[in-house]
Ligand binder design. Sequence first.
Ligand code: H13
Length: 253
Amino acid sequence: SSTNATAVSATGNHNALVGEKHRLSAEIERIVQGHLKYKYEDVSDGWDLIHQEGEMKVYRREVEENGLVLDPMKIFHTIKGVTGHEICHYFWEFQYRMEWETTLDSTKIIEVLDPQTVVFYQVHKRVWPAAQRDSCFWSHIRSFTSSDEDQPTWLVVNYTTSHLLAPIKSPQVRIVANVALICETVINEPPLNPKDIKRENIECKLTYVAFVNPGGWVPSAALRSVAKREYPRFLKRFSSYVLEQTRDKPILF
Ligand code: H13
């Protein structure tokens, strides 16, 4: 259900125009470019394949700092019948969040920076071991085309930010994260007329990367087993949600 979803909307931000610069523009550019570069980094060295299911491959790199687990995650998946635009649309848009997210108590938009960028405040369920956690992050959606023949690549980046409307209230612990969902659309056996492309002709190749610092102290073994279970669960549930939502709708390229 989406009962916990409350939009504060464009609270007086009359500058939320396409292409308009704002206080986070430079940071967003830097983080987005970083993800695009990092995406091509290969996973053979230092990454462990911790879960494989159908087309889904979940990799993890074990990283600890002062006894705190910071393991980067990298997931590859191929979803037949949807486009990258559709995947990113359902991942980024606030209105669908509580329909596929099972690890949240609530979600709320606290600022609209431009039509592609909003700031979310979310309260997480206690699947995170120990104390309740929350998060505050900008979320940016974008598409770009590398050559005129290709389908555009779509991406969403979620990146922790501080915000006056989201002060840290202990004992609640703040999660710090840098997450990207990058999607490429492939058209198989393209019909002569692009208008004849059917869902059976398309698939989306997706890369999901997450750098998450859970904040506070969490026992390493517990955190690693929660991550191993929850990331594949999220991607399975989210991709079947998108398939279900788009099945009878025209293809959104
Ligand atoms: O990406 C996912 N959800 C986003 C939309 O709700 C929010 C997410 C984010 C989380 C925290 C801070 C900032 C952004 O991008 C899906 C997340 C699935 C997570 C599975 C639970 C993992 C639990 C283990 C954590 C190990 C560190």
